[in-house]
Design a protein around this ligand. Structure first.
Ligand code: SGN
Ligand code: CA
Length: 580
């Protein structure tokens, strides 16, 4: 069910693209070692057409598709002209589903091409990435690619498979962050998204122009606490953002999981989130208090009068929720503006230096995110806003500009896609499938029609009950798996697009339910999901009375804990990790 916006790819264009790609793939596969030296050194920035493509993989943290204008959300939260360039000049995927909707697990899936239960990174709490396993950057590196990751990493152990790694420890900080450059701690003045782009451009300028490259530019933004570039504080001119229809959701029609969550605007959102919190004594405002006095003054100039007006209004109940939603959207979209501008700088560099033709550019996020739908922020759920992540790809000559794909694709497919594009064989243990045929506009007839999802981290942060499920183009079967509290929900997205009423057990859905239950069983066997989920997958001690030996936090969301590797978002970490 692939839809092409422009009246379908012409046969000629497809044939040309296919022929080019077949030639490319064959060449790269057979002459991997030779290709590097066969690149034309006289044309340093223009990889010859015969060379393997470069890959610029831009990733953000918690970027909702609703906050990319190319995705056309009815609220039109923000204009993202630079990100939209990728969709306009390439392909927008409308149903890119993540395997496990939180950060570390998503990133581990992306680099291994495997589900969490096999790559060993099940949650952000007690998982540590085993860097000795096979990853696509390692395979590209072995095949002669230069490999670099710049920005957020969040897999606790040091990156492997990258010639250059310049990462943020843990979650990283927005202002004047600490970074780790190939193992060395460095203090970086400035705003995190700008810094990541500066380092990315710097790497591009200094790279070895005789070899193809994999460059992963991984933003921290727009992660909580949504701290904006100061230049964008007033960018929306106090716009009143339209509310999502489910802002006041009371979870009627659904089970205990939706009622018990701790990620809602009404109760969970803190004064740090809304910027009502006071500056830290001796430090600046914001979660990490790292603003300089001059930056602090800019922050105060924007927030102080607005916070005073808010306090004077003494809002309560739904009015208070509405105000918090407005502040959230202001801050969230301002951080997105920072991403958009900086992605534009990188695209411009590629264009101006003759690199665009032979470079695959990907934009995606580690997962989707709630921008007020169901009264939520955060992610984790199998429900649409967190399950679906933005995914746009540009590859001139292969991807037809302005196309849209609605097949079920996944972050499970990224590794396989990059490997095939580079002509590197995809290891049999990888569980996804290369998207190259979809890039060419020719979805194979046996492309997946159903998708398996798993989520484990519980109870903290955010108290979202672990669940697994199966998703098709129309239905979603959810199985909540907290030991002793298991239950199912079933949603029909055609009649209930906002997933408000479970029809599990309803007579009319008897056959659908039976089929989906069988499909869930089939997918779990195919993907080698353990028959019983080991308690350590949940990551927290409290779920099984302390037997899991999790390294992290207990209790409800928002409370922070530290693990041995020196947790926290601060610069006190000795390694690459932290608990959340
Ligand atoms: C922190 C956030 C949570 C968020 C997790 C995981 N709290 O714990 O809101 O769900 O990170 O995010 S905060 O108060 O520290 O911001 S993830 O993107 O890394 O999965
Ligand atoms: Ca994330």
């Amino acid at each position: 069910m692939t839809t092409q916006t422009a009246a379908a790819t012409t046969a000629a264009a497809t044939a040309t693209a296919r022929a080019t790609l077949t030639a490319l793939t064959a060449l790269a596969a057979t002459t991997a070692a030779l290709v590097a030296s066969s690149d034309n050194p006289k044309s340093p920035n223009q990889n010859p057409k015969s060379a393997r493509p470069n890959i610029v993989f831009i990733f953000s943290d918690d970027h909702a598709y609703a906050a990319i204008s190319a995705y056309g959300d009815a609220r039109h939260l923000v204009d993202t002209p630079q990100l939209d360039r990728i969709a306009k000049e390439g392909m927008r995927f409308d149903r890119c589903l993540v395997t496990n909707s939180i950060c570390g697990p998503s990133r581990a899936t992306v680099i291994t091409g495997k589900y969490s239960h096999l790559n060993g990174f099940m949650n952000n709490t007690n998982s540590r990435f085993d860097g000795s396993q096979t990853t696509f950057p390692k395979l590209l590196q072995a095949a002669g690619y230069q490999t670099a990751i710049i920005g957020k990493w969040h897999l606790q152990t040091d990156p492997t498979g990258y010639d250059t790694w310049k990462i943020l420890p843990g979650q990283g900080q927005y202002y004047n962050p600490t970074m780790i450059f190939n193992g060395k701690k460095v203090s970086m003045p400035g705003y995190v998204t700008d810094i990541i782009a500066d380092l990315t451009l710097d790497w591009l300028k200094k790279r070895d122009t005789t070899r193809p490259f994999l460059l992963m530019m991984h933003n921290k933004a727009p992660h909580r606490h949504w701290e904006p570039p100061l230049r964008y504080l007033d960018a929306d001119h106090d716009r009143v953002y339209p509310e999502p229809p489910t802002l006041m959701d009371d979870y009627t029609g659904r089970g205990p999981a939706e009622h018990e969550n701790d990620m809602n605007i009404r109760h969970t959102m803190t004064d740090e989130d809304t910027k009502l919190a006071k500056s830290k004594p001796g430090k600046g405002a914001g979660k990490d208090g790292r603003l300089t006095p001059a930056q602090q003054a800019e922050w105060d100039k924007y927030y102080d009068p607005r916070n005073a007006a808010f306090r004077a209004a003494n809002l309560k109940g739904d009015d208070l929720v509405r105000w918090k939603y407005q502040r959230y959207m202001h801050d969230y979209t301002a951080t997105v503006r920072g991403i958009d501008e900086n992605v534009g700088r990188v695209l411009d560099y590629l264009d101006k230096n003759g690199l665009s033709d032979n470079t695959i550019v990907i934009y995606s996020s580690d997962q989707g995110f709630y921008t007020g739908e169901h009264n939520w922020f955060d992610k984790r759920w199998i429900f649409e806003e967190s399950l679906r992540t933005p995914f746009m790809a540009r590859w001139p000559g292969v991807i037809k500009p302005g196309t849209v794909n609605t097949d079920i694709v996944s972050n499970l497919d990224f590794a396989e896609t990059f490997l095939e594009a580079a002509g590197v064989p995809v290891p049999a243990e990888m569980q996804g499938r290369s998207l190259l045929p979809l890039f060419r506009g020719a979805t194979p007839p046996d492309w997946r029609k159903s998708f398996y999802y798993e989520y484990y981290e519980y109870p903290s942060p955010h108290h979202v009950m672990p669940h697994e499920g199966v998703v098709t183009d129309r239905y979603k079967l959810v199985h909540f798996i907290v030991p002793g509290r298991e239950y199912y929900e079933l949603f029909d997205l055609q009649t209930d697009p906002h997933e408000l009423t479970s029809v599990y057990g309803k007579f009319d859905y008897k056959t659908v339910q039976k089929d989906l239950e069988a499909e869930l069983t089939r997918l779990k066997a195919a993907y080698k999901v353990p028959a019983t989920i080991p308690p350590r997958f949940f990551g927290n001690k409290s779920i099984d009375g302390g037997k899991t030996g999790g390294g992290g936090k207990t209790g409800k969301g928002g409370k922070k804990g530290k693990n041995k590797s020196g947790g926290g978002d601060g610069d006190d970490t000795g390694g690459s990790g932290e608990t959340d």
